[in-house]
Design a protein. Structure first.
Length: 771
């Protein structure tokens, strides 16, 4: 009989089996196999009178995998648990023991942080036992999330909407994450910006743009300054060279990798983690869920040798040994190596060819950052040229040259301008330099901006909301609920008067300029504002940043055995119960516009309900409704109704299909067709209503059965469909630019029964697989 190694992901199995040899078999649990209570249990799965004792239930969509595990365990001589080294992984291992009646105390547990042969063999040689403190911490986390969600979310349904399409929820960490976006929006609303003048003087034979170190606040001020500039002697000076040290980047943690990937490639935190998971499972990088900024002693030695060989000893960071995690290699250590920062498993592997481009790009980013973090700082010599102006202000222009590349030798210098450096030093000090022109343009100061996903990750970490391994799911959740949307932000058009001084003549240029345009930012939606304002009004103390951080810190104490797990659950539950006593549960979020029209949140979002003679109709509204103005009664009906969408509600006959008319309409929830007395949503067709033809909607009408391919269970559009495969339904995706299609898993989901409708399924696919 063979020894059985159980991991979470099937992608690791073949590699681990190849490393361990014939005596071992590796199977996957496919993540969790049990959940806290069944689908209809609610809070019944928690025994509040017995120290919050939890009751667990098998996950219905994991029956096949549970059966496979059972067969493999029965055929093995020994079971070795090799789930991930975090709270969730420890809990999964514990559940496996409980479900299959394995000894919690004696079943071997191995820990590794990279899927490489040395790491796997080392782990097998040094097994440990399950850490029940981590398991209790995970139980606490699950119970807390359940209590907060199940006690507060129903109140949102009562207050906002009974049947929202995307659902409503409050969450222990989800709501503080939403609060961060809300607080930022409040800052934006309270910071309209200040109009000032930026002044650039063009000087020298090279037409260099020198920036004035002062902003003028009015047209009169800048006009007066430019008049004085006509006859002013602009005197030149140059600073002494100043050495500037540019520090090497720090090793990647989970959160800093997410931020960097977002800034460099526009990857969402969720996508970054999926790509990193693939790299980890294929043995290219170490474990990607980590707070550590340290490397193992062994890797530091390898990195030092690699850098010395490829760049020279001078390029080594003199403090590189401080990056070592210094974990003692004793039997009681939790692992053979403590969690490390994210790094490549083999520093000499420059690129990978067997994975798609996104994984290749992320690997390159991780590898380069790892090498750079072990190298010396880059050294620059910086000079600043100054030119006097009226009113004792100065024009400034700075130039840098590289004196030692240091870590920038990996990717090249960020700035290096030796010719300009030499040129500015050649100009005689205190010489008078004539201006070529001086431009003063209106700009906006003190404008607050919306957060990017990378910035939100940074804020979550700063405020201690959740842990880096949960950041991506938190950010996805508030977008899934449509509380927050990643979108472009339209700026405001401002009337501007710019000034230009050339040849002693000042000219004015009247123009309009847009300020505040933003791309791909997280924007609070009306529904999100309603949710967070209700929760803060009634449960402010529960969702204060310090309170949430305190809970996370306490969970860490539990995982180290320094706090009783159910005491945290007791305290949180008492806090919720005390806050819910005085809530008016009958109040509904509606805003009367006039006697016939009411603003409310329907199944598909905000809309206007029109009631005349007992008959109700619903009207679409414009985007970006300001909830403050709505509450204070500043909107008229015409301000709210989207007349453009409303005017397009007229029918358009597309023709006949199978002897039935196909009529295109634009309803309050988007485009749909009426066919054979049924309505079909076609809002996924990315065309204007006037451009849609019969051929565009036929795939939608065919629905569950395609006439062209009997294996197509449902066709969303020309790129995406659900298809019947040998091992069950799967997702088929092929865009026009792709040479080959992608075959995507449904992750155990029943596409017909686990979703309220096809729109929800389409949204889930988009979120899970980013297509």
């Amino acid at each position: 009989m063979t020894k059985l190694v159980i991991v979470e992901s099937p992608a690791k199995c073949k590699k681990i089996e190849s490393y361990l040899g014939k005596g071992y078999k590796c199977v996957a649990s496919f993540g969790h196999i049990r959940q806290l209570g069944g689908p209809k249990d609610g809070l019944k799965c928690i025994d509040f009178d017995n120290n919050f004792k939890p009751t667990f239930a098998l996950l219905s969509n994991k029956k096949k995998y549970i059966g496979n595990l059972s067969k493999a365990i029965n055929k093995s001589s020994e079971v070795i648990l090799a789930t991930d080294d975090d709270r969730e992984g420890e809990a999964i291992a514990w559940h496996i023991c409980k479900v299959f009646k394995l000894s919690v105390e004696n079943t071997k547990r191995i820990i590794f942080h990279e899927v490489t042969k040395p790491a796997i063999l080392n782990a097998i040689s040094n097994p440990v036992r399950l850490d029940m403190n981590k398991v209790y911490a995970q139980h606490s986390r699950q119970i807390l999330d359940k209590i907060v969600g199940f006690k507060l979310s129903p109140m949102l349904y009562n207050y906002i909407s009974k049947k929202p399409k995307k659902g409503l929820s409050a969450g222990r960490c989800q709501t503080p994450a939403l609060r961060i976006v809300f607080d930022n929006q409040v800052d934006i609303d309270n910071s309209p910006g200040k109009k000032v003048y930026d002044t650039i003087g063009t000087f020298t034979e090279k037409d260099l743009p020198f920036k004035l170190n002062h902003n003028h606040n009015s047209e009169d001020d800048i006009g007066d300054f430019l008049e004085k500039s006509v006859n002013h002697d602009h005197k030149y000076s140059i600073s002494k060279p100043r050495e500037v040290e540019k520090k090497q980047p720090t090793p990647f943690t989970t959160s800093t990798l997410q931020q960097k990937a977002s800034n460099c490639f526009g990857y969402s935190p969720k996508r970054t983690m999926k790509l990193a998971q693939t790299l980890y499972e294929n043995g290219y990088i170490t474990y990607m869920r980590t707070d550590s900024k340290k490397y193992s002693k062994e890797f530091i030695a390898i990195a030092k040798k690699y850098i010395s060989s490829n760049y020279g000893k001078a390029y080594l960071n003199v403090n590189v040994n401080k990056l070592c995690n210094n974990v003692k290699t004793e039997k009681k250590a939790l692992a053979q190596e403590a969690h490390e920062a994210i790094r490549p498993t083999k520093i000499e592997t420059v690129s990978i060819k067997n994975l798609p481009s996104p994984e290749q790009k992320l690997y390159k980013l991780i590898r380069e950052n790892t090498i750079e973090s072990c190298m010396a700082p880059a050294i620059y010599s910086s000079i600043t040229a100054s030119i006097t102006s009226p009113d004792k202000y100065k024009y400034k222009y700075s130039v840098e040259i590289v004196t030692f590349l240091g870590w920038q030798a990996v990717c090249g210098a960020l700035t290096n301008e030796p010719e300009l450096y030499k040129f500015l030093n050649s100009i005689k000090k205190n010489s008078i330099i004539d201006y070529k022109k001086i431009n003063s343009k209106v700009s906006m100061k003190e404008l607050k901006t919306h957060f990017t996903e990378a910035r939100l990750v940074q804020m979550l970490e700063k405020k201690g909301i959740g842990r880096p391994s949960t950041f991506s799911s938190l950010i996805s959740k508030i977008q899934d609920r449509e509380y927050v949307k990643k979108q472009d932000v339209e700026g405001k058009e401002i009337n501007c008067i710019d000034f230009e001084l050339i040849d002693s003549e000042i000219t004015e240029n009247r123009t309009k300029r847009v300020f505040g345009n933003e791309k791909n930012k997280l924007v609070l939606q009306p529904l999100g504002r309603m949710v967070i304002e209700f929760l803060l009004k009634n449960f402010d103390s529960l969702f204060m940043y310090d309170y949430t951080k305190s809970m996370e810190d306490t969970l860490d104490l539990i995982s180290k055995g320094n706090y009783i797990w159910h005491k945290l659950c007791y305290n949180c539950n008492n806090e919720i119960d005390s806050l819910t006593k005085n809530i008016d549960k009958s109040h509904k979020a509606m805003f009367k516009i006039d006697k016939d029209h009411t603003f409310l949140f329907g199944k598909y979002g905000p809309c206007i309900k029109k009631e005349v003679n007992g008959k109700a109709t619903f009207l679409p509204i414009k985007k970006n409704i300001d909830m403050h103005k709505l509450r204070s009664g500043e909107y008229s009906l015409s301000d709210l109704i989207d007349n453009k969408a409303n005017s397009q509600n007229a029918s358009k006959n597309l023709g006949e299909y199978n002897n039935n008319s196909v009529v295109l309409r634009n309803g309050k929830y988007g485009l749909y067709v009426n066919y054979n007395n049924k309505n079909y949503s076609v809002k996924l067709i990315n065309k204007d209503i006037n451009d849609i033809e019969l051929k565009d909607v036929i795939p939608v009408l065919e629905g569950k059965k395609s006439l062209s391919n009997p294996n197509i269970l449902h066709q969303f559009d020309e790129t995406l469909s659900i298809r019947k495969g040998k091992y069950g339904p799967y997702i088929f995706y092929k865009a026009q630019y792709m040479k080959k299609p992608r075959f995507l898993t449904l992750k155990g989901k029943d596409w017909k029964n686990d979703f309220a409708d096809l729109d929800e399924l389409r949204s889930w696919i988009s979120q899970e697989h980013e297509v």
